[in-house]
Design a protein around this ligand. Structure first.
Ligand code: BG6
Length: 507
């Protein structure tokens, strides 16, 4: 990997403090950052290099998964940080920045490779890209890349406009759209698990799979983000990006030799094959919900409409469940269910692949039934990949019991999503970033849903904080004869299974 200068817009912000600096530090500790390491932090505040460095150090002490211990290496890392006051709208500021970066590159003997990272509000994305171009900051003779945080647009039209502006300054290959779910270690392992295992590849079709369930439940509520969240809701905040990305990653079929281009091509194929909903039929496949007051982990929790900054008659969705169908030879007939919600019973992000049951329960001895085989990807906060099979203890006439086979070795020391993503951007590997085609097709897919929500033609179900969401979301699966796996309240997810499952997932 060649050395590069990271040019960080939003250097005094929350994301930089909580995620970006700790990620860089951990990459540095693992020897995964090319040296000399150099970063220019940009912001409106009148900080100096020294005060910036002190702030970065503070963020490492507070948020890094490995806290700084060795003083000498910490100094070497922190020494790479410089600060520059910049008004995003002033082209002149970019020119003085350009000169400073040039000097620093000369001082370090580093090539003029530049990674521009926009960790700022989306209203600034276009101005920054155009000023990078106009000031010549991006044409120093090395490579240039642009990392863009979410949200990428507010709907199809605004996303298209944003993209067309960004591509005036950067080519598609130079744009790295962050979807931090793609950086999560288990999501990244999904790809290799398929590529390297013919058994999994062979099973990955409608011949063996009954349905796929993708869940991202959170116990947190809207917190201090009312101003942002009340305009976007779960559909834009989670569904259009993270959830559809997980669906693409779960549904692609990868050849052994797949390159970044092939992965993206396959993901695009999945999106193109997704059956489109009509505005009028949204209600038959999509459940919208909003949390009401309830109890989370024994503590009372306010309803969404009582949260500070939220209008008492807000119709914003904090929960969404949907049934999606992929019209391809591999997936025809297999429903993909997605759900995501705030103020749910517990934080849990997972993909469950439920296999078909060729043996009908009735044909088992004694009429007893066995649980279906499940392949479970626990993405967070626990990490595991397990296969649930049925077994009986030898010589005993007990019932079938599910056993869980662990497919995820060494789960403890996983890097954080941002470590994987920043490293990939520095290496120029776009596999785990959202390509424009995917983003555009995702906005296209959610368009009728946004319209139906806007027109209030889909009911807004209230659900108790601390629950598993509205009952209508269970009914959606029940219509097809299925249930959400691992919701404690479901009959077939008996306690014993829950415990066994947890004990495997917890190590
Ligand atoms: C963000 C959303 O993109 O993802 C948040 O804006 C959400 O609302 C968060 O809480 C969830 O991410 P994670 O990694 O905690 O599952």
């Amino acid at each position: 990997m060649e050395p590069a200068t990271i040019v960080l817009f939003g250097a005094t912000g929350d994301l930089a403090k909580r995620k970006i600096y700790p990620a860089l530090y951990n990459l540095f500790l693992d020897g995964k950052l090319a040296e000399p390491f150099s970063l220019f932090g940009l912001g409106r505040r009148e900080w100096t290099d020294e005060s910036f460095q002190a702030n970065v150090e503070k963020s490492l002490r507070e948020f890094s998964r490995r806290r700084p211990e060795d003083e000498e290496s910490l100094r070497r890392f922190i020494g790479g940080f410089r600060y520059h006051v910049l008004d995003i709208g002033r082209e002149d500021d970019y020119r003085t920045l350009s000169e400073r970066i040039r000097q620093r590159e000369a001082e370090l003997g580093a090539p003029p490779n530049r990674l521009f990272y926009m960790s700022v509000g989306p209203e600034y994305f276009e101005t920054i890209a155009l000023n990078i171009k106009a000031s010549g900051l991006g044409s120093a003779g090395g490579w240039k890349r642009l990392v863009v945080e979410k949200p990428f647009g507010h709907d199809l039209d605004s996303a298209r406009k944003l993209n067309s502006t960004l591509t005036q300054a950067f080519s598609e290959e130079e744009i790295f759209r962050i979807d931090h779910y793609l950086g999560k270690p288990i999501v990244q392992r999904l790809e290799s698990l398929q590529q390297a295992n013919p058994v999994i590849q062979a099973l990955w079709t409608n011949r063996y799979i009954a349905n796929v369930q993708i869940t991202a439940n959170e116990s947190l509520g809207v917190e201090e983000r009312a101003g942002y969240y009340d305009h976007v809701g779960a559909i834009r905040d989670m569904f259009q990006n993270h959830m559809l990305q997980l669906l693409m990653m779960a549904a692609i079929h990868l050849p052994n030799d797949s390159t970044s281009e092939k992965v993206r091509f396959k993901k695009k194929n999945v999106m193109e094959a997704l059956e489109l909903l009509q505005k009028e039929t949204v209600g038959a496949h999509v459940v919208r919900g909003q949390y009401a007051a309830g109890t989370i982990q024994g503590k009372p929790a306010a309803g969404y409409r009582e949260e500070p900054g939220i209008a008492p008659d807000s119709m914003t969705d904090t929960f969404i469940a949907a049934r999606l169908r992929i019209d391809s030879n591999d997936w025809r007939g297999v429903p993909f269910y997605i759900r995501t919600g705030k103020r749910m019973k517990e934080k849990s992000t997972r993909i469950v692949v439920e296999f078909k049951e060729p043996l009908k329960p009735v044909s088992l001895p004694g009429g007893e039934s066995a649980a279906p085989n499940l392949l479970v990807f626990e993405i967070g906060p626990k990490e595991s990949i397990t296969l649930q099979l049925n077994a009986k203890e030898p010589g005993r006439t007990g019932k079938f019991k599910p056993i869980h086979i662990d497919l995820h070795a060494n789960p403890s020391e996983s890097p954080e999503a941002y470590e994987n993503l920043i490293r990939d951007a520095l290496r120029g590997d776009g596999t785990f970033f959202a390509h424009w085609d995917e983003v555009e097709l995702s906005w296209q897919w959610v368009k009728p849903i946004l319209e139906a929500f806007e027109e209030q033609s889909v009911p807004l179900h209230l659900y108790e904080a601390g629950s598993y969401g509205p009952e209508a979301s269970d009914a959606l699966l029940a219509e097809d004869g299925f249930q959400w796996w691992f919701d404690e309240r479901n009959e077939n997810n008996n306690e014993e299974e829950g415990e066994r499952y947890a004990s495997y997932a917890n190590h």
